[in-house]
Design a protein around this ligand. Structure first.
Ligand code: HEC
Ligand code: HEC
Length: 201
């Protein structure tokens, strides 16, 4: 938050200067910059989207289009959520675009020190991934080709929730992925979650 607070101070200093110089507040008012818009996200998703987990995903360094589409799906309720739907309610499309593009500029920070990742399960998950998922989730899920988000190095708790939503039919997915997930048991989804969570970047 250090960078953010420095920015905020500069911004406040600027506003103070405008007041001293006698500039009318309406003229001095600046539209929120993309960086300012993303500050709200950091309380839960960590500074620059590098989450401290386990239920909040890391969101820095994701593909901007994937991020925009995801946020719009939360907003419309198409994608299930506990908090994201309500959070997105107040944002316009240009703001969502600015947020998505800003977050895409930061690195994706893998959750390398997270607890609870089971190497044996990750090993089983690797074989399933190679068989069913690697076509779209390339480089062991570390890449965001084919319009998907980065899975490799994501938080285990979040991944488990996502798999439960898919298995329960609460969240839409590409037809081909649906066919693949349909062939994978609940236990194997758990193995896949451990596999993705175990990836280093
Ligand atoms: C109060 C905590 C909180 C805040 C604030 C918050 N989020 Fe979230 N976010 C979550 C949680 C929890 C989830 C998991 C879905 C759910 O249950 O809502 C999530 C999920 C997401 C996802 C899904 C990631 C993926 O790969 O599927 C994205 C993207 C996201 N948030 C972006 C944002 C952005 C952008 C902001 C700021 C505008 C933001 N969030 C603010 C808690 C928060
Ligand atoms: C045909 C390409 C394709 C295949 C095959 C595929 N996926 Fe996906 N996957 C996607 C796309 C595209 C998304 C993003 C869709 C969305 O958010 O609606 C996605 C999203 C996901 C997500 C959610 C990520 C997040 O951050 O919310 C998980 C988890 C996932 N896939 C796991 C798998 C697993 C496990 C397999 C193999 C059993 C698989 N996928 C096979 C294309 C594919």
């Amino acid at each position: 938050m250090k960078l953010a607070s420095t920015r905020m101070k500069l911004w406040l200093a600027g506003a103070g200067f405008a007041a001293v110089a006698g500039i009318a507040p309406a003229q001095a008012a600046q539209p929120a910059t993309p960086e300012m818009l993303t500050l709200t996200c950091y309380a839960c998703h960590g500074t620059r989207g590098a989450s401290a987990g386990p239920l909040q995903p890391s969101i820095g360094g994701q593909n901007a289009k994937y991020m925009f589409d995801t946020l719009k799906r939360y907003q419309s309720g198409e994608r299930p959520s506990t908090v994201m739907g309500r959070i997105m309610a107040g944002y316009s499309d240009p703001e969502i675009k600015a947020i998505a593009e800003q977050l895409a500029k930061y690195p994706f920070v893998a959750a390398t020190h997270q607890k609870g990742v089971d190497p044996a399960k990750a090993e089983l998950g690797k074989a399933l991934h190679d068989q069913h998922c690697k076509k779209c989730h390339q480089d062991n899920g570390r890449d965001f080709a084919e319009g998907a988000g980065i899975l490799g190095g994501q938080w285990l708790g979040f991944l488990k929730v996502v798999f439960e939503e898919y298995k329960a039919g609460k969240r839409s997915m590409p037809k081909e992925m649906q066919e693949r997930i349909g062939k994978v048991s609940d236990a194997d989804c758990d193995n896949l979650a451990h596999f993705y969570a175990a990836q280093k970047h």
